[in-house]
Write a protein that binds this ligand. Structure first.
Ligand SMILES: [Zn+2]
Length: 371
């Protein structure tokens, strides 16, 4: 699912984005560091110093997370795997690696690269401490970054899929059983078992030891449980859809509209009249673009009569589409990535049909019922 993100540029040709939740966590982290962590650890400093240090630490923390993700992404790219973007969000970062590795060894290397970066950062900041020992704020920063990178390493090394350690574990299983899907299920299962153990341990800590530590462990367990069961669901879907093509379920009763009608006419004739939300825009029999209800709504209502469909549509060169022979699973991934519910199905610039998310879901239901 597409979340709200802000683009911050490209590194190694990989677009880096910030999820909106990142801003929240950035403010929260700065506030925790400047308001309580640093004043407790280093009393009697001037208040502004805590805040400057807090902001610097939060920025550096996210730089470290970004470097960790870049570790995965660069090794993936070197092995010919496309990385579509890196997004930093509430839990740190995630690299959108669109394809799966084709070899267990590659998968293992991509997963371990992030851990290697975190290990190097932890060691690097530890080595820096004696160097900056004379400057207390810098020392405090180096100490915190040593600690947080160590923590990141420890967390990610947990062999529960989809954490890095779990991915490495899957690669090993994959090499052993020679079946990617089965390896993913086994790794995700281990992830879920570990998640439940974390939750149990956390609950035990809450009642018999430290409430706050227990709460944290329960939270990590809950996060891991969610991520693992999400992977199991994904894997099940992929297995169900394997071998099924777009042409099997694409709809042919799409509506085409000319590019030179106004949005007002589109709204009156097609949207309000027929309740449709997706249109293929054609110009002399060639697909010129697509128009959606969403796109109409981006234009203020008072401008509808003056705005042509051609001015508001997604033009053909920027729109996403699939071929009729594409795998349904890949088409579904594409829809998820772009946050759309329909995809035009095209051959040589000519429209063949429209793939609807709803149709895919109904189809899945049918395959499931058949089993
Ligand atoms: Zn990682």
């Amino acid at each position: 699912m597409r979340t709200q993100t802000v683009s911050v540029g490209k590194i190694f040709n990989i677009p880096v984005r910030l999820d909106y939740s990142w801003f929240l966590i950035f403010i929260l982290l700065t506030w925790l560091l400047a308001g309580s962590y640093y004043p407790a650890a280093y009393p009697n400093w001037p208040v502004p110093e805590y805040w400057i240090l807090g902001i610097a630490t939060a920025v550096m923390f996210f730089v470290c997370v970004l470097l960790h993700e870049l570790g995965h992404s660069v090794v993936a790219q070197r092995n010919g795997i496309t990385v579509s973007s890196i997004t930093l969000f509430v839990f740190g970062g995630v690299s959108q690696i669109t394809e799966e590795a084709t070899k267990p060894l590659t998968d293992f290397l991509v997963a371990s690269a992030g851990l290697a970066v975190s290990l190097l950062l932890a060691l690097g900041f530890a080595a820096l401490q004696p160097v900056v020992a004379g400057v207390p704020p810098l020392l405090a920063l180096a100490q915190y970054l040593t600690y947080i990178n160590g923590l990141l390493l420890l967390f990610n090394v947990i062999p529960g899929f989809p954490l890095d350690g779990g991915r490495m574990f899957r690669a090993v299983v994959w090499g052993a059983v020679k079946n990617f899907d089965r390896a993913t299920l086994i790794a995700a299962m281990l992830g879920r078992i570990l998640a439940f153990l974390f939750i149990l341990l956390g609950v035990w800590l809450i009642f018999f030891s430290s409430f706050l530590n227990g709460l944290w462990i329960v939270f990590i367990g809950w996060f891991l449980e969610n991520a693992s069961s999400q992977e199991v669901r994904q894997q099940t879907l992929r297995t169900l859809l394997a071998g099924h093509k777009v042409s099997q379920i694409m709809g042919r009763n799409y509506v085409t509209i000319p590019a030179d009608i106004s949005l007002q006419r589109l709204a009156d004739d097609h949207i309000l009249g027929a309740g449709r939300r997706f249109f293929i825009v054609e110009n002399a029999g060639v697909v010129a673009g697509i128009m959606t209800l969403h796109k109409v709504r981006e234009i203020p209502r008072e401008e509808w009569s003056r705005t042509l469909v051609s001015q508001a549509m997604i033009p053909a060169e920027r729109m996403d589409w699939v071929g009729p022979d594409a795998e349904l699973w890949d088409a579904l991934q594409k829809m998820n990535q772009d946050g759309v519910n329909q995809l035009p199905v095209m051959v040589d610039g000519r429209i063949q049909g429209v793939l609807n998310r709803e149709n895919v879901i109904n189809y899945l239901q049918t395959i499931r019922d058949l089993r």
